[in-house]
Design a protein around this ligand. Sequence first.
Ligand code: SF4
Length: 431
Amino acid sequence: MVKLICFAATHSTSGFNVLTYFDMTQPAPQNAPKINLRRPDIMEVVQAQVLSHYRSELVERMRAKGQVVSANGDLTIKLAKEFGFCYGVERAIDLAYAARKVFPDRALYILGEIIHNPEVNDQIRDMGIKFLSGKEKSASLDDLKEGDVVIIPAFGAEVSLMDKLKAKGCQFVDTTCGDVMSVWKRVRQYASESVTSIIHGKAWHEETKATSSRATAQGRGHYLVVFTLAETDYVCDYIVNGGNKQEFLEKFKGAYSPGFDPDQHLQALGVANQTTMLRGETEDVQRRLRAAMVRRYGPDDVTRHFRFFDTICGATQDRQDALQKLLQEPLDLLLVIGGYNSSNTSHLAEMGESKLPTYFIKNAAKMVSDELIVHYNQHLQKEIETANWLPSGRVTIGITAGASCPNNLIEDTIKRLFVLRNVPLQEVLRD
Ligand code: SF4
């Protein structure tokens, strides 16, 4: 029997939602047992635990004082107005912690990283929650049996995987973000109208895999994932001029639905995007595809052949907007803090790179000294070292952090900068 633990898909910035219903993407089974993980007694403990792990007094003080901290007039640090944990991440973490409290003696599993931050995933593992995939994998699907509790990460999971777990009789703590579910709704709609979903995203990312699986979930529909503008242009050219089908299929291997045929399935398109893409780029993708459809089918018929819904989430947008604003101020360099596999964080780093020296780091320890920083180069997909990264003399540093980065890591980074500049921390923490 399939058992479901049910949650509301609404958010609050406090992260404490009222349990109301189960996985909103599926019809509710009759008499599905419901377990309220958000009981006040549970949430009181969870809140204290989450705060003790991730809170930062320094960051809160900076928020209250215009996002700036400065010492000796020598080092000034400016935080973007929006940064760090989003509502979806807060909710996912709360639910995972609550699950541990509600099931203290049960084996608890998680499909993979709950969010893309190594420190947060370490905490989850330290609570005895077993990972079913990834570098930290400590159990496999074969180990699962009826009644085992499986946490679904904030990105959601593929339909086929959910079906397997249901068939095993697992219980779910489903932390899928409501904004991700909105994309699922969109691609389902496209499928029901025989419109191929063009998903702007990373075909290898958990969220995009989960979304792609919804584009074919009703036994019909097709999808194609495009990541870059160059890929988009290739698709546009194929739409307008046709091309070599085998070459097309080879180029997009692993990024389209079974049976996808570019000669048949590019005649009616609906664009959706991974929630964490760069807005400007997503708009470009849809503009280029629309223009191709106009060239192919004419302006009068384009509405029959092309649809677009922006599915970038509010939190991603807010962080990009806030960084855009921060980048208009005079800064010497930018630090972007977050997990290297975090999509929204990598886009913040991209924004910074286009304007000024930008260092994408996962924690403060990466600032080895004032002469050496180890940081992630997303184009090379590896950490690299940069010497003489911290200018001498008066310096102003901008900081932002991805939606999966906790405040305590931001505080560590700020403190480390002051240590590197030999500013006593008491001076920073004064008043
Ligand atoms: S980044 Fe957006 S989609 Fe992802 S968890 Fe946060 S709010 Fe949800």
